[in-house]
Design a protein around this ligand. Structure first.
Ligand SMILES: Cc1ncc(COP(=O)(O)O)c(C=O)c1O
Length: 405
């Protein structure tokens, strides 16, 4: 069978999917060789590198025999109630029903992607909105659901948050689903409770669903002020059944368990009922030993505080190196730096790769042109996930490169 025939057999929406940012990066570096004398330090991938908590790994291995059982799509009642308790503690929610308002998922990536299929009717005039720059799954979810992505720019002028004032009433009317990312990847910016409230009012007025991706919510710098969340904002405006709203959380970043594939969705019971029905067919129920490990993880905050301390130390050390050399600030939350670059973002990434064997991600690969600009241009994303020594070494090499001009 030749290529054309294979393509003809496939869903034409697949053609609209963009290569992933890391594929674009490989292409960008394809004519370069990295500085051979220097070890490779990758700040490009947002994969947590801190150690997974031993007690969670133990809980998983103690329950490996549960591979003998099929897991259910709704997950174990004990897992759902542990998550509901966590949400109440974390966000001060007066009530959340573990049976109807909480659903375990196999990591937020698959859930964010499949959610659009469950929510959005296949109709190209339907808009699925997201911040710009953004986590690329939102775009793929919109396209494969048969809808049209609409990107809302996050620039300095809007404090790196989506500029909702740029969206017209007609566009809100066409909106079926709005993805939020709070804390933002890559910006690290946080929406306030008031900003959440404003968007919830718009969702109710124009009848769309808000999917708030809060998978970085537990990586923050001031122990006394954790990032606010969408469900917390619902309660603050007496939307106690979380109408139109769902949040996505994950153990990947909070607990350094990216391989566990464990997260949850919580909020509006009506939406979750439909999503659960969808998931029964989707067939991605979490293995029972992973659910039991997840119960252990959601029940403990000590390891999460220790994790935050590691990021705090790393950000302080790296920012001390970069200070005065690169316009960069401590983000409000999350584990990314999002500095402006002295030359174009792609050129800066090439220089660092060829000259220093340090890999950063050009911001333009994380954003699309919208309103005449690509808001990722002339910025790079640097994930401080490697060891503190590697992160500091990368910062020193970046400074050396900048000094060479
Ligand atoms: C903004 C954002 N959302 C979701 C995810 C997916 O995380 P996971 O599927 O591990 O929960 C990531 C992963 O990097 C992310 O950056």
């Amino acid at each position: 069978m030749n290529r054309l025939q294979i393509e003809k057999l496939m869903n034409p929406y697949l053609d609209h999917l963009q290569p992933y940012p890391f594929a674009k990066l490989d292409q960008l570096f394809s004519d370069l060789a990295p500085a051979a004398a220097k070890t490779r330090i990758a700040l490009s991938i947002g994969e947590p590198q801190h150690e997974s908590p031993a007690f969670v790994v133990q809980a998983i291995s103690d329950n490996l025999h549960r591979v003998a059982n099929y897991p259910s799509s709704a997950g174990l009642p004990e897992l759902r109630s542990t998550i509901a308790l966590w949400l109440k503690r974390r966000y001060g929610l007066p009530d959340i029903d573990p049976d109807t308002q909480v659903l375990p998922v196999s990591g937020t990536r698959e859930a964010l992607f499949s959610f659009a299929q469950a929510v959005v009717p296949a109709d190209r005039t339907a808009l699925v909105m997201s911040p710009n720059p953004f986590y690329q799954i939102y775009e793929g979810a919109a396209l494969l659901a048969g809808a049209t992505p609409h990107f809302i720019n996050c620039t300095d002028e809007s404090a790196l948050l989506p500029d909702f004032s740029s969206v017209t009433a007609e566009q809100w009317q066409q909106c079926q689903l709005l993805y939020l990312c709070n804390p933002g990847n890559p910006t690290g910016a946080l929406m306030s409770l008031d900003q959440f409230r404003h968007i919830i009012q718009l969702a109710q007025e124009h009848d769309f669903v808000i999917a708030s991706d809060e998978c970085y919510s537990e990586i923050y710098f001031d122990e006394k002020s954790p990032p606010p969340g969408l469900l917390e904002a619902c309660v603050a405006m007496d939307n106690n059944d979380y109408r139109n709203c769902v949040v996505f959380h994950s153990l990947s970043k909070r607990s350094n368990l990216p391989g566990l594939r464990s997260g949850f969705v919580a909020g509006d019971a009506q939406i979750l009922r439909g999503f659960l029905q969808y998931r029964t067919y989707h067939g991605c129920a979490m293995p029972i030993h992973h659910q039991l490990g997840s119960i252990a993880a959601w029940s403990d905050e000590h390891h999460v505080q220790a994790n935050r301390q590691q990021y705090r130390d790393k950000f302080a050390a790296v920012l001390a190196e970069l200070d005065g050399h690169l316009p960069v600030m401590l983000p409000e939350a999350g584990f990314y730096l999002w500095p402006e670059t002295p030359v174009s973002d792609t050129e800066f990434a090439r220089q660092l790769y060829a000259g220093e064997n340090v890999i950063v991600l050009p911001g333009r690969f994380l954003a699309r042109k919208s309103g005449g600009i690509n808001p990722g241009e002339n910025r790079v994303r640097m994930a401080l996930v490697a060891t503190i020594d590697d992160c500091v070494e990368a910062a020193q090499r970046i400074v050396q490169r900048l000094e060479k001009g």
